[in-house]
Structure formats: C-alpha cells, structure tokens
Design a protein around this ligand. Structure first.
Ligand code: UFG
Length: 334
C-alpha cells in the first residue's frame, strides 16, 4: 500500500504514521505545511522507519498536483486541519479554508490521479449539543447540529466526501469522528507537540510539568453532575489503531461508512484535573473561569459500530494511563 498522510507531522497524524511504520507493509508519504506539525516529530518518526516528506500546503493546488503526478498513492489519510473549537469561533474563515476548502481541493486532485480510498479525520464536534444524552453515548445516527464553526467545517467536508463517493462508485471512504484525543506514544518518542495547544489534558500536563503556572476550568454551571463539561477521552494509540483497522477495512473492499472513535465513558473537567494532580503528584493552581464559547456540556461516544464492523478493541481505556503518558512526554519532551 502506498499511503499519503496529510498532516502527518501533527499530533494524531504522527501517531498514525508511527502505527503504520510498526505494522509494516506500507510505503509512507507525509505531507505537512508544518504550521502546527513539527520538524522534531518528523525526526522522531524517521528514527522509527522511512517515509517521504513533502513540505506543502494543501491550498497550493499546483504543488499538490505536482506531487500526485510524480507519486502513486493507493490511499490517503487526511488529517491536515485546524482543530481548536474556540479559535474557530473567533476565526471561522480559517476553518472553512483550511478544513473544508482544502478537503475539496485534495479530493479534486486525488480523483484526477485515480486515488480510490480515503480515511478522513472528523470530529464529535459535528454533533453539537446532544439533544438528549443516551446512557450508551451518541451514536453515528445522532442529529448533526454543530454549535461551532469547527464542527461545521468538518460536516461540510464529510458531505463533500459523501457526494464524491456517490458520483464515483469506485471511490471508498471511512470517516472517523474522534472524541477527545489525548496521551502520547507509550515509549515517549512522540506526543502532542502542537505549540499553544488548548486541550485540557495537554494544559494540565504542562501545569504538572511546571511549564505553566496555573490553569482555568471553563465553567462550572453546566447541566452535568459536578457542573463542569464532560468528555470522552481516548488514548491517541487506540485512535491510531482505529486508523490501521480502517485501512484494512477499505483494503478488503468494505463499503464506505462513518464511525465514532471514543470509549463510551465520560469524565468531567474537574475529574480530569484531579486525576492529573494525582498522577503527577503536583498540586498545581487551578482557577475557576467563565464558560468558553462553543463548548457543549457533554460529548460521549457510542462506539459499538467500529468495534463490531472493524473489530477495533481499545487497549488503553484508562484515564490515569492517558494522563500519565501525556504528562511523561511533556516532562521529557524535546
Ligand atoms: N477546558 C478547561 N480548561 C482548559 C482547557 C479545556 O476547562 O484549560 C475544558 C473545555 O472547556 C472543555 C473540556 O475542557 O469543556 C475539553 O476541552 P478541550 O479543549 O480539551 O477539547 P474540546 O472538547 O473543546 O475539543 C476536542 C477537540 C475537537 C473535538 C472535540 C470532540 O479539540 O477537535 O474534542 O469532543 F471535536
């Protein structure tokens, strides 16, 4: 399999690149504009195995076509995107350009050069504020009503991919809707290197590593048991394996489909902060802040579909382990 990973120098893309290197049997190419992805991540990956690297932005169609004209790809894993909910509220056009338009552009070039398989990084943000919260979590059929431009930009991308597949019956896709991804490579070689990341477990790991003096909890009057938001945190290694399964699923000719990636268990912001203090043994300062725009109260996945149809079985469904791997990587990072 000749695979192109867009955004492969970024957080999730690099963990998937690592999983594919470890799996073997793939010829990997990574395309990244290094806006949030890092050179150091690429160097760490290069110590694990070989790949081609294209320093490119998806908005540059000429350069993209040039890459596709010189290389054949059997499958694309498309991670390159902007991913911060709050930023998307402040700067929506960045999200529509980077996420929606660049996905259309990538598809256009992929079709032109005969690529027939795509795995797309989508998000739980497409569901918005769940109408009612079923005990077993939100399934893939739940209404799509995003409450922030990030979720909108990803839904539009999903629809574009679905329309393309309808128009080209031999084009197959898997869309993975990620819940809250956290943690790092368990051997500490790569992690969430994203500069100025705003994700909860990353921020708590920075506080525990004394790189940040304090953190805030954004809102404590949500309709949740302790008033802070509830999320379904999934270890990045388990998510990476979901991509390996998705690739194998497409190779065996299964039909295009959409899958949630989460554990089906929610933790509140306060629980995550408390667990971060326990795991690190550092009692860092936490302040109560106001609500952050764009945050739904609860997002928990139902993940029965991916388990049944792809045989995905998570190995690290353990909040303490997720936090520990993020913290250890943060402490020891380059
Ligand atoms: N939070 C804080 N303090 C912080 C950082 C976050 O209280 O310093 C809170 C947020 O308000 C939210 C929760 O922690 O309630 C989780 O926030 P994150 O920023 O870690 O993640 P989000 O839930 O906003 O979004 C993430 C990804 C999205 C994805 C979504 C799916 O960034 O790409 O999970 O649930 F869509």
């Amino acid at each position: 399999m000749r695979i192109l990973i867009t955004g492969g120098a970024g957080y999730i893309g690099s963990h998937v690149a690592k999983a594919l290197i470890e799996r073997g049997g793939c010829e990997l190419s990574i395309l990244d504009n290094l806006s949030t992805g890092s050179q150091a991540t690429l160097e760490a990956l290069a110590r694990m195995g070989s790949f081609q690297f294209f320093h490119n932005d998806l908005s540059n169609k000429e350069a993209l076509s040039e890459i596709f004209s010189r290389n054949r790809f059997d499958l694309i894993l498309h991670f390159a995107a902007s991913v911060e909910v709050f930023e998307s509220v402040q700067n929506p056009l960045k999200y529509y350009f980077n996420n929606t338009l660049n996905t259309a552009q990538l598809l256009d070039v992929a079709l032109e050069y005969g690529v027939k398989k795509l795995i797309f990084s989508s998000t739980a943000a497409v569901y918005g504020e769940p109408r009612e919260i079923p005990k077993e979590g939100i399934d893939e059929e739940h209404p799509l009503k995003p409450i922030n431009p990030y979720g909108q930009s990803k839904i539009m991308s999903e629809r574009i991919i679905q329309d393309v597949a309808r128009a080209h019956p031999d084009f197959k896709f898997v869309i993975l809707r990620y819940f809250n991804v956290a943690g790092a490579d368990l051997q500490g070689r790569i992690g969430q290197a994203t500069p100025k990341a705003t994700h909860l477990i990353k921020i708590a790991a920075e506080c525990a590593s004394l790189k940040r003096p304090w953190m805030e909890i954004y809102g404590e009057d949500y309709p949740t048991p302790d008033g802070s938001c509830v999320r379904d945190y999934i270890h990045v290694e388990d998510l990476a394996q979901a991509h390996v399964r998705a690739m194998e699923y497409l190779i065996r000719g299964a039909s295009s489909d959409i899958f949630n990636c989460g554990y089906g268990r929610g933790y509140s912001v306060k629980e995550v902060v408390q667990k971060s203090k326990e795991v690190s043994g550092v009692d860092f300062e936490v302040r109560m802040g106001g609500k952050r725009a764009g945050d739904p109260a609860i997002l928990v996945a139902q993940s029965a579909k991916i388990r049944e149809k792809m045989g995905w079985e998570p190995l690290y469904d353990d909040l303490a382990l997720i936090i520990k791997s993020a913290y250890e990587w943060e402490r020891g990072r380059w």
